[in-house]
Design a protein around this ligand. Sequence first.
Ligand code: SF4
Length: 325
Amino acid sequence: MIKIDKSVKIENSGERYNSFNTHLKKEFGEKVYKIPIDSHLSCPNKDGKISKEGCIFCDKYGSGPIKTGRLKIEEQIERGIERIGKKYNVKKFIAYFQANTNTATSPERLKIIFEKALKYKQIVGISIGTRPDWIFKDHLPVLEELNNKTYLWVELGLQTIHYEGLKFLRRHHSLSDFVKTFSELKKRGIKACAHTIIGIPGENREQIIDTARFLSAMEISGVKIHLLHILKNTDLEKYYTEKKIQLLSPEEYISLVTDFLEHLSPDIIVQRLTGERDREIFIAPEWALNKLDIINRIRDELKKRDSFQGKKLVFSSDIKYPFKK
Ligand code: SF4
């Protein structure tokens, strides 16, 4: 049995988890915010290349910005710098290509898209949201070049390591797709962040913890934790209206996220503790709209348990990872 070295301290002063904000402050010497961008690319899980149905939870904006998404990329960046800059008093930004699948085009076009963001001196980094099965061999040199030029993250929508969960969500990719793509990124020194969802129907506490253990074993650079929530005009909304699924209570979510963190390597940067979406398209659960409250309650829970990220992480030979024979 390999035990993780508990002397590894979370570098954030006073934090019990490895938060992205603290990491960015350390990296750039000041606060850095993300500007969400719609690059006007499609998603193969919606346009028929993989499927036409899309993920069960996905809205028509492909999880991207609902108000500025139709604007030109440059306009989205300029508005973001203006609005977010004023609101949070920040001068540095990461261009977050968020909507749909931001590698769903040729390498040549990808280069043009990302270069648009790098024209702005306020943009100090790029984050690319995509599917684990949609980075191809020809895309990798573009990402590698970008990684040499700027502070880069590639965000892979994994959601869960479990087959049944991926099937319910209609992801149409496998855990093995994730492993292959992640390995290619890692080989090139590109930071990857896995998106995960807590509250997938049928997934129990142990399975959720297994996802944290798996990501720790993979030595991924970052994770984003989302709550399964209902957005307008999605198939998940129908399930919810027909009472076919049950959503988590805030207490359940806080407890599960805390368990997840306790089993997550302290080296992994936690980019998000709960998802957020615009009120205009949000249906349930109502409590999730109070994001700050949830984050504070997760912090309180860690404190109450006298715990921290990675406290319970133990790799043992009896853990059955799905890819292990
Ligand atoms: S892969 Fe992303 S953009 Fe595509 S349907 Fe799923 S959540 Fe939406």
